[in-house]
Write a protein that binds this ligand. Sequence first.
Ligand SMILES: CCCC/C=C/CC(=O)SCCNC(=O)CCNC(=O)[C@H](O)C(C)(C)COP(=O)(O)OP(=O)(O)OC[C@H]1O[C@@H](n2cnc3c(N)ncnc32)[C@H](O)[C@@H]1OP(=O)(O)O
Length: 392
Amino acid sequence: MAKMLGARWCPSALRSPLQVISFPACQLHVSRRAKNADQKEFENAVTQLKLLKKDPGNEMKLKLYALYKQANEGPCNIPKPGVLNLINKAKWDAWNALGNLPKETARQNYVDLVTSLSSSSASSSQVKPGADKEQQGSENVVVTSEDGITKIMLNRPTKKNAITTQMYQEIILALKAASKDDSTITVLTGNGDYYCSGNDLSNFNTLPGEIEEKVKSGGILLRDFVACFIDFPKPLIAVVNGPAVGISVTILGLFDAVYASDKATFHTPFTHLGQSPEGCSSYTFPKIMGLAKAKEMLIFGKKLTAGEACAQGLVTEVFPDSTFQTEVWTRLKAYSKIPPNAGRISKQIIRNWEKEKLHAVNAEEVRVLQERWQSEEFLNAVMNFFSKRAKL
Ligand SMILES: CCCC/C=C/CC(=O)SCCNC(=O)CCNC(=O)[C@H](O)C(C)(C)COP(=O)(O)OP(=O)(O)OC[C@H]1O[C@@H](n2cnc3c(N)ncnc32)[C@H](O)[C@@H]1OP(=O)(O)O
């Protein structure tokens, strides 16, 4: 990593920029100019921030950094860093976006933000009564099982169901439990207006260790996640309730049926993100839709409507959004009445012809992605996404 970035980067940037967006709160002293009452609250907030158990993620850190600077120094008063100075440019953008926000307001917003982070971190660390590590799902991955159908629902609508590292693990657990429960079919769907906006782009910030360790653990997580879909023994159906992005699209080639609302779209912006295909799509998409159409999606990031995705074979059937849920669940309830063993065995005989190939494809896609995750193209793309988000 250090070699690739060359000597021109300051030491702190030799790790992934996603790690080094930090705010000076711990080092700088709170301004003498702060009023006493506010100063005490402000100082407490600065201390509280250091005690947070969970990393608040890049976009939150940018917000906190900007409010901290505005509270202490007022409107942004430093020259704009160069485009290649990614970390400081993202921080400058965040601070500059506050304009002439009064110091008192910035100070109060900072205190409020830290208070909300501290309370949510306290609640999420409490062990819920009766919870145990085998319990499937969580608030972001809701698992229900009835009428012979196990439903796994992505439930993070405020973030367009973007998949966090924890959600990957929860989906793996849910699939493993579904493969052994008494249901006949398993369904993956999303709650809210999106099916899923793919990988949460702040994930690298939550993975432990330096960039090399993050890339390694990210690769293992992705490989195990996709392997679960390759090996899943029962009929697996996607109920695509809205737009789908990235990995939520690429793994569709491993499902046994894909039912989409006509509001759904299918987008794989890998090259725009400095990444490369995953979910076995480098093999399944050409097979499903032909080389030219697959390349349009995977190389050029062409976004498909539900109708186009159906015409290209990625989607089994499209339904009007107004009747989507009713029609699809009526059909799935009928499907769940098939003899479970015959359903499972029929699924497996079709999958087993390619299982070994699919695992080899998955391994190679992960290997290539692990190189991409250390590229400037990827880091720039992620920084760009969050620096745009930092606008308050
Ligand atoms: C370790 C395994 C790695 C596997 C690798 C997989 C590859 C991929 O999946 S690549 C694809 C990654 N996904 C994206 O690039 C999509 C990024 N998001 C967007 O482009 C837009 O959010 C959207 C087009 C999906 C929706 O835009 P819209 O304007 O309607 O809503 P927003 O205001 O942008 O989003 C609301 C809220 O949700 C946050 N968010 C949405 N998507 C993601 C995401 N993928 N990662 C992190 N956060 C996401 C967005 O930042 C907003 O949050 P705030 O309200 O806090 O600003």
